[in-house]
Design a protein around this ligand. Structure first.
Ligand SMILES: [Zn+2]
Length: 297
């Protein structure tokens, strides 16, 4: 009898901890989201705002959903205390089911943030990226130059970076005073920074397999890089891991269509990788989209 009463007491305390814990977690989750939004609105410069959202938003939202998932598991752990008090086995059954439900809620939410939210966030990012800049000297609204117009304001190295899509430059101009503001954004594809010229134009030219990977051991690969601007080269050795990944290049190339339409306002290419990662790319010209596909390897 005394044995059972201490068990009942334990369940009562357990329930209290779960309830307060869930409230605390939800409170922290809310605080994280509110803090993030306060931080975003406190950044006045549009470009810095863009960078901050791009770097932090998804990370904070994921963290929030993990907290919510744990909170849900806590709440489930208070369900039907009367039954749980009858036999301690029920405590473990409930605990296990609560963990499952909490994990499911957290996992599904994170999947939504990972796969659905980036599209929505992109709209938000575009809003700040294309919001007319103000010339601090004159107070005039500046105009964003198109891809064709901007080249005169970019150095050769910068143009080379744009050609390999490693960097995307936005050029804003004050039409009255001709003041120019150049903003640097990450391009769609990665290129290493060249050790000779310093531009982000170092790309893999070819790869040599020194030793193929087997199921038992890793292989070795040599990557030969060439800078598309200054033509300097670099070679590095890489490990090929035992289980090779699917190569989707052919599939991607076949999948993407750059239509030969006379009036094209924007071209959107969406690449979905084998593990479900979705990447979207926007272009102003067909030629750019075609070059992008050529570079995409
Ligand atoms: Zn270089």
């Amino acid at each position: 009898m005394s044995d059972n009463s201490s068990y009942v007491q334990f369940i009562e305390i357990w329930s209290l901890i779960m309830v307060y814990g869930a409230v605390a977690l939800l409170f922290i989750a809310m605080a994280v989201v509110i803090t993030h939004h306060i931080k975003v609105s406190s950044i006045k410069d549009y470009k810095l705002k863009y960078e901050y959202i791009n770097k932090n938003e998804i990370r904070w939202y994921k963290f929030t959903y993990i907290l919510i998932g744990i909170a849900v598991a806590f709440i489930c752990n208070t369900y039907s205390n009367e039954t749980v008090m009858l036999n301690y086995a029920w405590f473990f059954v409930r605990f296990f089911i609560a963990m499952c439900i909490g994990t499911l809620v957290g996992y599904v939410s994170i999947l939504i943030v990972k796969y659905y939210y980036p599209g929505k966030m992109q709209k938000k990012l575009d809003k700040w990226r294309f919001m007319p800049r103000i010339n601090p000297k004159t107070g005039n609204k500046m105009k964003l130059l198109s891809e064709e117009e901007e080249d005169v304001h970019l150095g050769e190295g910068m143009q080379a970076e744009e050609e390999v899509f490693s960097v995307d430059y936005d050029v804003w101009i004050d039409e009255e005073t001709q003041d120019v503001k150049i903003e640097k954004y990450d391009g769609y594809m990665s290129a290493l920074k060249c050790g000779s010229c310093g531009f982000q134009t170092l790309k893999v030219n070819n790869e040599e397999i020194l030793e193929p990977a087997t199921e038992e051991k890793d292989g070795e690969l040599l990557k030969n890089y060439v800078c598309s601007y200054c033509k300097s080269t670099r070679t590095t050795a890489h490990k090929i891991s035992r289980l090779s990944n699917n190569d989707n290049e052919e599939y991607i190339r076949n999948m993407v269509m750059a239509g030969k339409v006379s009036t094209v306002a924007r071209i959107k290419i969406q690449i979905i990788s084998a593990d479900g990662d979705v990447k979207s790319f926007d272009f102003q010209q067909i030629e750019q989209a075609e070059n992008f596909l050529k570079e995409y390897k």
